[in-house]
Design a protein around this ligand. Structure first.
Ligand code: GLU
Length: 379
């Protein structure tokens, strides 16, 4: 299949723009932003819905404060983001404003997305903005997001937004031409891989941090995001953001950058959320019988298959299921808390009532609340 055929039904595009694309020695690069906005306006006229995940707040704030070199502490980064975010929005607002298009600022933290209600609220807001023809411009809420709640970087944030918006294509714009088959800084023979149908170990090795940009993510993080996004059935492209007409060309199916093909068997939105957005709160080790039931037979996890419980989790929390060798098999929402599972593990379902004095569910994790996938191994 040609790229054109692969991308022919794309109508919703999520565009992630990295700091290395947006900023130069003099802070935000207004020419590049205008160039990208012109492209997006053109796509919008062609009937595409556009959502942007943008970096650049910290870079812009840092420049405004006249600081050269990297910012040392988290509070410094957060302060720089607070200074730069307003400027970043103004630049987008002005650039789209020239074409009579409004933008909307959305700042998110991880905890906004792990709460299912807030997740759905964000989805509703985004849907309304798109219906109104307004372009959502999303960034991590850097001023409040540290450690636990930090996405890590905007590559991962974009992967989660791909799920929320149920986008048809994610384009990750950076300062390299795509994913190279070897380190382009070291080898003149290095070539951009035009298409990746499966993210194998070889592909992962090609994505060292070294080959990457100056943003916080690096190529490794972009490929990790590709794994998530393609597991949701969405094509993903890494391409050079400073090149003229890049977005228009990519949407028209031209061979630029690296296209990662969506996985044929992919997770639905809710399972994707469980798999990639939620942080696990505990671990259940399961026996070989349960492993087979989960992996080969598509069944739920019953108490009888659990042989060990780790962590202090509660009903509804995400937990990992491991085999006896410690390999991750699945991630799901538990029907019983850690203390309860410790009491009922190894027992037949019929004994739950007798041991606990109640039985809310037969399964420890119901199949509908479980993602079983080899791609989960990196979580
Ligand atoms: N949220 C950060 C910013 O706007 C960028 C994080 C990243 O580059 O991944 O500056």
């Amino acid at each position: 299949m040609t790229r054109k055929e692969i991308l022919k039904d794309v109508k919703k595009v999520l565009i992630k723009i990295g700091s290395a694309v947006l900023s130069g020695d003099n802070g935000l690069d207004l020419n590049i932003i205008e160039q990208l906005v012109d492209d997006m306006v053109d796509l919008k006229k062609q009937g595409y819905h556009i959502v942007i995940v943008t970096s650049g707040a910290i870079a812009s704030g840092k420049h405004r404060m006249g600081i050269s070199g990297p910012l040392k502490s988290m509070p410094q980064k957060q302060a720089a983001a607070a200074i730069g975010q307003g400027r970043l929005m103004r630049v987008y607002s002005n650039a789209f404003g020239k074409h009579g298009i409004y933008v909307a600022q959305i700042l998110l933290t991880m905890s906004d997305l792990t709460d299912r209600k807030r997740f759905l609220n964000i989805r509703n807001t985004l849907t309304t903005l798109m219906e109104w023809g307004v372009i959502p411009v999303i960034n991590e809420n850097d001023t409040v997001a540290v450690d636990e709640i930090k996405f890590g970087d905007n590559d991962q944030l974009a992967a989660m937004i791909a799920n929320i918006t149920e986008t048809h294509l994610l384009i990750n714009l950076t300062n390299t031409d795509g994913l190279y088959d070897r380190n382009p800084n070291r080898s003149k023979k290095a070539k951009v891989i035009p298409i990746v149908s499966e993210i194998s170990d070889v592909i992962e090795q090609a994505a060292t941090d070294e080959t990457s940009d100056v943003g916080s993510g690096g190529m490794k993080s972009k490929v990790l995001a590709a794994k998530k996004v393609t597991a949701f059935g969405i094509p993903y492209i890494i391409a050079a953001g400073k090149e003229k007409g890049i977005l228009r060309d990519l949407c028209a199916g031209k061979e630029r950058g690296t296209l990662f093909l969506p996985m044929k068997e992919h997770l639905n939105s809710r399972k994707y959320w469980i798999a990639f957005t939620l942080r696990s709160r505990g671990k259940l080790t399961v026996d070989d019988g349960a492993k087979k039931a989960l992996i080969e037979e598509g069944k739920s996890l019953l108490p009888s298959g659990v042989i060990d419980v780790e962590g202090d989790f509660h009903v509804g929390d995400p937990v990992l299921c491991l085999d006896t060798g410690g390999k991750i098999l699945a991630k799901g929402l538990t029907n019983y808390g850690a203390e309860e599972v410790r009491k009922i593990m190894g027992l037949k379902t019929s004994r739950i009532q007798q041991v606990l004095g109640y039985k809310d569910y037969d399964e420890v994790i119901h199949r509908d609340n479980m993602a079983v996938d080899k791609e989960l191994q990196h979580k």
